[in-house]
Design a protein around this ligand. Sequence first.
Ligand SMILES: [Zn+2]
Length: 341
Amino acid sequence: MYKNLDLELMRKIFEIPSPTGYTHHVIEFLEKKVQELGYSTSKNKKGNLIVDVKGESDYTIGLSAHVDTLGLMVKSIDGSGNLRFTRLGGLILPTVDGEYCSVVTREGATYTGTILSTSPSVHVYKDAQSASRTEDNMYIRLDEEVSSKADTLKLGISSGDIVYLDPKFTITSSNFVKTRFLDDKASVFILMQLLIDLKKDNLVPKHNLKIVFTTYEEVGHGCSNIPTVDELLAVDMGCIGNDLSATESVVSICAKDSSGPYDYLMTSKLIKLAKENDIKYAVDIYPFYSSDASAALRAGADIKAALIGAGIHASHGMERTHLSGILETLKLIKLYINAGE
Ligand SMILES: [Zn+2]
């Protein structure tokens, strides 16, 4: 059922670290892969990768997914040589307590470490269980013999260095994909698979496509400078929980998020296509959310915009989806880019 998905490519996309502000490696990887497939690409100054696909009509649909993920940045080095950090994007901090991480210096050296609470031992600290996990009482323990700030500085580590987390990419025998950063690398993979499938089957879509891999979504301005398109379909994680109806097995169609309602006609077309083609889907309102489409609209782009994506459980924490959610999203995109007005 999932044999047509390039799961090795999926693994590679997840294993290239790309916290927001440190996305050039994954963009280079995607650029090379897309050029090998025979597409023409361009990059804007802030590093978004744009892939052009010629269609039959004059109408151009933009499709976006963001390569940037959550991460950390070194804020300071304390007197014991440990690292204090600031978040890149909105990681749920209690979920990173105990996580392995890597620090990349500006010179390109990499050091491993572990993210811990400042009360990390139950045998020593009364509040080891109860201490809140916040930036103020967490730190990174380096796997280096350091005991002073000078020791750590000598390694070449300094404020502003990027810290990335091990995503723990796993596909289970039951076809769940559990890994950090499904938001939004699941969608990056979906758009890459779309490009692969178009070439493989020699398909020319009805409309021109501009596929944009954005680099600053997690900090709110990923698609703020969208190339000229008539409409933008943002492909980003679908929310799960509370009174929402999506699951990890479906494509979630977002009717409204914190930035307001999405385009009525585009959203209605997506729902109609899903319904008529037996796609597993849900329509939901995302309570605390905005997307690359919101960023484009806020920046003044005169476009129509909609938002869909695979259902992602426990977002910005230990995320999980199912290959079914990924496949249903891909199927709906394929229908959409070939549908009439
Ligand atoms: Zn996202």
